[in-house]
Design a protein. Sequence first.
Length: 105
Amino acid sequence: MTNDVLPLMAAVLGGGLLGLFFFGGLRWTMRKALASRAAGLWFAGSFLLRSAVCLLGFYWIGAGDPLRILACLAGFIGIRIVFTKLTGESAFAQDPGSNEARNAP
């Protein structure tokens, strides 16, 4: 039984590390891009790099085993939830006083 659990725990940890890289990189990119004249290049380059690293990481960690891939995904999503709670930021959060929130159909 221990031999079955250890690879899954390692996959969850690996997915968490990939999540830290992805969402930490996104946060860093947001700060850099918003202060730059070439924000589009920052976002495009960062997205390509973060996505490529995470896809390769999922491929390597998963090793063709669906349970490992799901465990890796669980770690990745878990870090996203923790990251959002700790930073207090969400892609879906809106300022209640903004025009978009009041004038939405």
